[in-house]
Design a protein around this ligand. Sequence first.
Ligand code: COA
Length: 258
Amino acid sequence: MDSLSLSLHRNTLLITINRPEKLNALNRQVIKELGIAIDDVYNHEEIKSAIITGSGNKAFVAGADISEFLNLDAAGGKEMARFGQQHVFNKIENSPKPIIAAVNGFALGGGCELAMACHFRIACDQAKFGQPEINLGLIPGYGGTQRLPRLIGKGRAMELMMTGNMIDAPTALQYGLVNQVVAQKDLLDKAFALTELMNSKAPLALSGCIEAINAAFDSTQNGYEKEIAIFGKLFDTADAKEGAAAFLEKRKPDFKGA
Ligand code: COA
């Protein structure tokens, strides 16, 4: 991988976008490599969760790479948005294993969208969020118009997208865009503490949480029916038997993912 660093820490894949000189802007290569890295998360048994972050201490991702915009026409723009959404952003959102964002600086445009596609986000106190596409005569193309209003509400999303203004980490916390704000030096430790905790849970139940919660935001699905179906199915797993037995025997469960 040219633009990403991947490292496995116990069972968590740390995905670091590695173009600090361009503030980790998402060019075609980064999008392609992110798609491959997310496939690894889906396919490799030893990977139980992932963290996405940016290299350096200035930017998570400062957006799509604007230098690639000059030659795009309508068809190219559409293709860029569709490819990114299908191969990266939607794939992250629907990953059966937890993927969280550790936002270490600017999360603008596609960077804010990348963080929002993750299951949840923690940020360092210097992080800044925004959808500044309006300043380029554009709108977000990697799902921002859909995910931002779900996370922070319609009025705030309208304001951020129509003004192009950035918000700081405390405001992002207050809006519910991020779950926690920590000092930059503690960001990865905090992220790993969260993934370690999730890695100790029953994997099929984790996937069930992700699938059912995502159904709540998918107007083509009946989320309540989805919940009933997944809840029921989990009773046929060895891990659900182990969970109940461990509770009754006052010991820690040993989940196997089956
Ligand atoms: N696409 C391509 N290159 C980008 C980029 C992007 N989205 N964001 C930053 N860069 C590049 C800059 O062009 C600069 O490259 P150079 O050193 O070769 O000139 C380098 O990263 C550093 O950025 P710079 O603008 O000098 O840093 P800064 O501290 O002055 O400003 C930002 C930081 C984040 C405020 C500013 O870079 C910015 O506004 N970036 C674009 C954000 C944006 O509109 N994103 C949405 C895209 S759809």
